[in-house]
Design a protein around this ligand. Structure first.
Ligand code: BGC
Length: 767
């Protein structure tokens, strides 16, 4: 871990070109708008180590599975969000010498991710081989207001010479995914055109036929005066561009504005793509760079109004939390219910940009509280639309009924190909059910249950019904051969969390059925008919709920992570020689699996989700037992521990865990940020502040707050949208203020007392 970024409240700043950290910076300084994302690659040529990455949400490739030993039931492919046409490229030559920061002397380099405005900028002086010096100032963004548009302003000033600057703006579709299984290239050219003022390129994926059309145009000015340019068109395989040269005097500023529209066949028919791209580009060019920039600033101002967290008295913490919120808002904007949240967002290729249980278990709460409820609803609808595929998935694995959602997916099909995850990590089904509960509990949108929720719940319950194992000798139901959230144990019997979430799902499904029967009888009848739901089934669910087996140790009075857990060597992590950690880099997999070391919250995940069903003592006993055995080698781990520690009053532990999640990428804690940022942990960080330090819970339709100040901050404040009102909660050293920023009055419970906060007013409560 090397700290090289400057602390600042609103920006991420790299001062001095950190060549060896460049791929990490490419991830951290990524920009995105939910529709497309771009790593912080340079516009000009760069011959140093780099992961060139431009990604279009939902455009993926089914890369043929690569495994050593095929097992029946494996998915045929691993889906990957594709590295798409590089649209940012602008080649620069100074008197014939290519500008390449890996090959020249770089001075006064600054790279800034301006989170307030949603832009990435860079400035530096480059001294070329022959001593010529230029200053470059580049600014770019992907538009939040017009999601298909990317815009770049790139300015060059010769500092100690006058001469010819040659500029080559281009679109390059000849790109490859770094993680391609067979080193294959996934794109084929469909169409290209270099017109007088516009160049267009359409490429398509070799499988699935996704088409992406990029249309670009550019303008140049010298010292503010527009230039009339002589352009040399360039066409190569999957590549279009222009080359033009301009004589520039010393200290004159040459500015290039490059505009690109990227459109895809997800939104337009093949025949419409070019026109759609041209139309989007035309209106962007007419608006001009300044106007597009202004729009960008405005959309981000709205985003921050809804989701900002302010931490007073700790710049590093302030920067970190804003970075997390910024990346989450860049990753998913929620307008398109076909999209989801990849564990790395658009910042890298690891995990293929696919959907994991991370979305339901970790990301949903952020969108529930900081955006209109339709956004979180769309995350649920995404799974509803995949229900048929989840049923097929269950059939494929030999189940007669029910639905098993995939552990990793792009289109509803499973695409993870490690058996212990594909076949065994079935707890993900529970997270999908839990998300429905979470959404309805938070928003009060009961109508969702009849519209979509029940169908998903019933099919998941059917899956559990078939997956459980009745043991006559014990007259109990068990779930054998699973992997729980802790992936450092495989093929265990009766993972407490899995048994618990399975039984909870059936319980909730029955509750929803009762609710619908009473409140929406006609819809209830329709659904019973549609699902062909039989009384024997619901009776069976009730029986399983009553007779579910939960591993438990009477002596320690704790739930057991799985049947054999106490047979392990229980030496706590603190007694391990630090040279052994991280275990996943130092131990054989076999040794890890036999150990008691826990990768991420498991029993505690259950106690967190179902927090209102367990008393503090139970949570405390289990936390005290499991946390010391936990190595937190998943980025999903520290946040749950931080939230639970807050509830238990373990303030130091809560803060320690919070620190591990908050600056995970900025300080490259796990030594892997070059692969991309950890979006799930970003959502977890947000939860650590709001659900942890803020103590936010929703009970019986009322917002409950139980805040404490971790002591390292003067104060902190967060915003939550709740049932139509937006509340700002400020936790100071002595008191808590809840300010209603809307006109809709809100009921809030602080430290167990209920208050009504009138429109545009506030209440203050002492700690
Ligand atoms: C975690 C999983 C998670 C995945 C993607 C793994 O390391 O163990 O729980 O779904 O990463 O974030």
């Amino acid at each position: 871990m090397k700290k090289y970024l400057k602390e600042d409240k609103w920006s991420i700043i790299e001062e001095g070109f950190q060549l060896h950290q460049h791929e990490i910076s490419e991830s951290i300084f990524s920009i995105g708008n939910g529709y497309m994302g771009q790593r912080a690659n340079f516009e000009e040529a760069y011959s140093g180590p780099t992961l060139q990455g431009s990604y279009m949400a939902g455009v993926y490739y089914p890369d043929k599975t690569r495994v050593g030993w095929w097992k029946n039931g494996y998915p045929e492919y691993f889906a990957k969000v594709l590295n798409s046409t590089n649209w940012i490229g602008i080649g620069i030559e100074i008197e014939g010498e290519i500008l390449d920061l890996a090959a020249c002397t770089v001075r006064e380099f600054t790279r800034v991710l301006n989170m307030k405005e949603g832009t990435l900028s860079r400035s530096f002086i480059a001294e070329l081989e022959d001593g010529k010096e230029i200053r470059v100032e580049a600014l770019r963004f992907v538009s939040m207001a017009r999601h298909e548009i990317g815009a770049i302003r790139y300015a060059i000033t010769p500092l100690n010479f006058s001469g010819k600057v040659t500029v080559t703006p281009y679109l390059d579709g000849d790109v490859q995914n770094k993680d391609s299984n067979y080193d294959e290239k996934f794109w084929a050219e469909v169409y290209k055109e270099v017109g007088e003022s516009e160049a267009a390129l359409t490429v398509k994926t070799k499988k699935l036929d996704f088409h992406v059309t990029s249309v670009m145009s550019f303008e140049m000015s010298k010292n503010g005066e527009p230039l009339v340019l002589e352009l040399e068109p360039i066409e190569k395989d999957k590549y279009v561009g222009y080359r033009t040269s301009v004589d520039v005097q010393q200290d004159e500023q040459l500015v290039i504005y490059k505009y690109v529209a990227n459109v895809t066949s997800r939104d337009y028919g093949f025949g419409q793509l070019l026109d759609a791209g041209r139309a989007a580009l035309k209106s962007a060019v007419e608006a001009g760079f300044q106007e597009l920039h202004k729009e960008q600033v405005n959309v981000w101002a709205d985003k921050w109004r809804e989701s900002d967290i302010v931490i007073e008295g700790d710049v590093a913490a302030q920067q970190a939390i804003r970075f997390n919120i910024f990346q989450l808002n860049q990753t998913y904007t929620g307008e398109d219910d076909r999209l989801n949240i990849g564990p790395k967002g658009f910042t890298g290729e690891k995990y293929g940009g696919s959907t994991y249980w991370d979305t339901e278990a970790y990301c949903l709460p952020f969108y529930l509280s900081t955006a209109d409820s339709s956004i979180a609803r769309n995350l649920l609808i995404y799974r509803y639309k995949h229900l048929q595929k989840a049923k097929e998935n269950a059939r494929k694995l030999g189940f007669v009924k029910g639905a098993l959602y995939p552990m990793v997916t792009m289109n509803g099909e499973e695409c993870h190909n490690e058996w212990e995850i594909t076949f065994e990590e079935i707890h993900r089904n529970g997270a999908i059910a839990y998300a429905i509960y979470n959404y309805v509990n938070y928003t009060g949108d009961q109508a969702y249950l009849g519209q979509y929720g029940l169908e998903v719940l019933a099919e998941i319950s059917r899956f559990w019904e078939e997956r459980v194992n009745y043991v006559p000798a014990k007259d109990q139901y068990m779930i054998l051969g699973v992997t729980g959230p802790n992936e450092y144990e495989n093929n265990v019997n009766n993972n407490w969390y899995t048994n618990r979430i399975a039984s909870w799902t059936m319980e909730y499904t029955l509750e929803v059925l009762q609710y619908l029967k009473k409140s929406e009888p006609t819809r209830y009848e329709e659904l019973v008919e549609k699902l062909q739901l039989k009384e024997e089934e619901t009776e069976k669910w009730s029986e399983i709920i009553t007779k579910m087996y939960y591993p438990y140790d009477g002596e320690k009075d704790i739930y057991l992570q799985q049947d054999g857990f106490l047979d392990k060597d229980l030496t706590p992590v603190r007694d391990l020689d630090p040279k052994h950690t991280p275990l996943n880099q130092n131990w054989s997999w076999d040794r890890i699996l036999r150990s008691a070391y826990i990768k991420q919250a498991d029993v505690l995940q259950g106690l967190f989700f179902l927090g209102d069903r367990y008393d503090l003592d139970t949570k405390k006993r289990n936390f005290d037992f499991y946390e010391p055995l936990t190595v937190h080698e998943s980025s999903l781990s520290p946040c749950v521990h931080s939230i639970m520690a807050c509830e238990l009053g373990y303030k130091e532990k809560a803060y320690e865990m919070y620190l591990r999640t908050a600056r995970l990428d900025l300080d490259n804690y796990n030594n892997d940020t070059e692969d991309g940022c950890h979006s799930t942990s970003m959502a977890g960080t947000w939860m650590s502040v709001v659900h942890g330090f803020g103590g936010l819970r929703v009970k019986d339709g009322e917002l409950h707050l139980n805040p404490f100040n971790p002591g390292h901050w003067k104060s902190f404040s967060f915003k939550v949208m709740f049932r139509g009102s937006r509340l700002k909660v400020t936790v100071g050293e002595q008191d808590v203020t809840v300010t209603n920023e809307t006109k809709i009055p809100a009921k809030v419970n602080v430290y167990g007392n209920s208050y009504t906060v009138g429109g545009l007013s506030h209440v203050k409560v002492n700690h």
